[in-house]
Design a protein. Structure first.
Length: 275
């Protein structure tokens, strides 16, 4: 299994899309920095949405997490799972006595490691760009906190935020992995993945029309059944001075991870019986 994991890791890096994803990190961050600099022009420095060097890693991530990140993982998973299976590349690996289940597990682990490395790279480069392009005071405010954060407190906050963000991408990847395993073509996998993400964006916004008939807690629970909404607002709410929906949001993410991992396992077992 160790040899298979190493092989999948090497195969992953042979894809141009993997290198392209990392090369685009500075570009994405510079685009986010340009946007946030313009936003600063209409804000005062005492507001949590005002961008400084210390909070740029979080503000730039929030802008990209539920759009660029999800789209990147969607295309990436469709290529390394559905694309390779339908092109016959996986069958070549299976000739070496590896089962389809082992191959998919190795791909999933390699993807999670790639995901973690991507987050670490994004975090480090965001700090570099933040200190180059924004002011770096000794303290500033963050969302839903009444006191200003020191540089050390902000670093801990940022690391925690990225930890939650990474967990949300694990959940979204579990869904996309299942879609890719059951799809007959990479195009179908991308299309179904886009549909899932669009639905996840749409129904929480439709719920706002019925908000007046719901309690705030019940509305929040329904709203945060969507992974993109947890990425957009849920992490910030969970990390507030008075945290909200922590157990609920973690439970939702856990459900997505376990449920779609289970469905993927069932789909793999069915595929193995026909190989």
């Amino acid at each position: 299994m160790k040899e298979l994991l190493v092989a999948e890791w090497e195969r992953l890096w042979k894809r141009k899309v993997a290198w392209l994803a990392f090369l685009l990190v500075p570009v994405v961050l510079l685009v986010a920095a340009s946007y946030l600099q313009k936003e600063n022009g209409a804000l005062t420095a005492d507001l949590p949405q005002y961008t400084f060097a210390g909070n740029f890693p979080v503000l730039s991530l929030v802008e990209m997490l539920f759009t660029v990140f999800n789209a990147m993982f969607l295309v990436f998973i469709a290529l390394i799972v559905t694309g390779e299976y339908r092109s016959g590349q996986l069958r070549m690996v299976m000739i070496r006595s590896y089962s389809f289940k082992e191959i998919i597990l190795a791909k999933a682990i390699a993807l999670l490691l790639f995901n973690a490395l991507f987050f670490i790279t994004y975090f480090c480069i965001s700090y570099m760009i933040g200190f180059l392009l924004f002011e770096h005071p000794q303290s500033y405010f963050v969302f839903y906190h009444s006191h200003a954060f020191s540089i050390k407190e902000a670093l801990v906050y940022n690391l925690s935020f990225y930890g939650y963000a990474y967990l949300t991408t694990i959940a979204i990847c579990c869904v996309l992995f299942f879609i890719s395993v059951i799809s007959k073509t990479a195009t179908t996998a991308v299309g179904m993945g886009v549909a899932f993400i669009l639905i996840s964006f749409s129904y929480p916004n439709l719920l706002t029309g019925f908000r007046q008939w719901m309690s705030e807690e019940f509305f929040g629970q329904l709203f945060f059944t969507s992974i993109p909404m947890i990425q957009w607002q849920g992490i910030t709410v969970m990390m507030a001075e008075k945290p909200q929906f922590v157990g609920w949001n973690l439970g939702i993410l856990g459900f997505y991870i376990l449920f779609f991992s289970g469905l993927t396992y069932v789909a793999i077992r069915k595929k193995e019986s026909f190989l």
